[in-house]
Design a protein around this ligand. Structure first.
Ligand SMILES: [Zn+2]
Length: 328
């Protein structure tokens, strides 16, 4: 008994130490984004400045007709529009993009995108609405459109050592204990060491769904899969890939390199953001929130994320409210 307690203490200490070291590393090397709140206001404080920037992003080599690709274009200044000299098609910088039909000034879009990128824990539609002074419905639509446009269907399979774990997300059910799971969604995650993460809502933490997720997200030739001792993971190894397990119940969290701390730190981020930022996260929209978290995690070292996001948005197709609600 005494021995077990000692082992537990040592494991606990090592885990705290590693977590602390992770945090210190993060603090000692801050990634400097190319945008901060002060230069955001200086550079993009008006609708005109934002429009000029988006025009430059969309047509770096000069305005081009979306229909006939001609570059011989006249400007209709009073309507912010262009007129193609070849096919006479009239268009604007926002035509076909998600900024189209939006009555919001562009600087409000810019500010919201900035807040969504900068905040570690994400930003709720309520917060966004208060910040840019629009209704909850407008803010909700705005945040979801930004997320939807950013949805990255990354085809890259995870390589090397991949940690996999699953967790339950959802509030407590009235009259039931903390362990009650019927009203919760199961989220599974895979993280490549020092690399990207993939997150997904699955029907149940069964062998079928967990194995399918691992096969869909990781390279069949990756070096190793690290999971906890759950039986559902058994049989995931093959000739190229080792399967190693961490014994959580026996207080063996860190055994040399063998741990699932990276994916677990993502769960704590998810739960803090779900509880702290969104208050009530709707299971219906959980996938969108996971996309958001995935994108923020995978871009944690990308200092040009703001520009990259705008670039995607100005090229992304518009998404009407009705479609968004149906898809959600
Ligand atoms: Zn044309």
């Amino acid at each position: 008994m005494e021995k077990m307690l000692n082992q537990f203490r040592v494991a606990h200490f090592v885990r705290r130490f590693l977590l602390l070291r992770c945090h210190m590393k993060k603090k000692s090397k801050p990634i400097k984004s190319d945008v901060n709140l002060v230069n955001l206001i200086e550079r993009f404080g008006s609708h005109e400045k934002c429009r000029a920037y988006l025009t430059e992003l969309k047509w770096p080599n000069g305005v081009q007709c979306p229909r006939c690709k001609s570059k011989s274009i006249s400007t209709i200044a009073e309507r912010d529009q262009y007129d193609c000299n070849k096919c006479r098609y009239q268009f604007s910088m926002t035509s076909g993009s998600i900024f189209h039909d939006s009555h919001l000034p562009l600087w409000k879009w810019f500010l919201t995108i900035y807040l969504m990128i900068e905040s570690n824990k994400g930003i709720s539609a309520n917060q966004a609405g208060r910040t840019i002074q629009v209704s909850y419905k407008t803010a909700w639509y705005l945040c979801h459109r930004v997320r939807a446009a950013m949805r990255e269907v990354s085809a890259d399979l995870l390589q090397g050592i991949v940690e996999v774990d699953e967790t339950h997300v959802g509030g407590r059910y009235y009259g039931k204990g903390r362990g009650y799971k019927a009203n919760k969604a199961v989220v599974v995650g895979a993280v490549e060491r020092r690399g990207d993460i993939r997150l997904k809502v699955i029907k149940s933490p069964s062998r079928y769904w967990l194995h399918k997720f691992i096969h869909d997200t990781t390279d069949p030739k990756c070096e190793a899969t690290y999971t906890d001792k759950a039986k559902a993971y058994l049989g995931i190894s093959d000739a190229d890939t080792r399967h190693e397990t961490v014994k959580h119940l026996e207080a063996q969290w860190v055994n040399g390199d063998l741990h699932t701390n990276t994916v677990e730190s993502v769960w704590s981020l998810l739960k803090r953001s779900a509880v702290g930022t969104y208050r009530k996260i709707s299971i219906k929209h959980l996938d969108a929130y996971l996309d958001d978290l995935e994108r923020r995690f995978n871009n944690r070292r990308n200092k040009f994320l703001f520009r990259g996001t705008l670039l995607k948005l100005v090229k992304a197709e518009k998404l009407p409210y009705s479609e968004l609600v149906r898809a959600a």
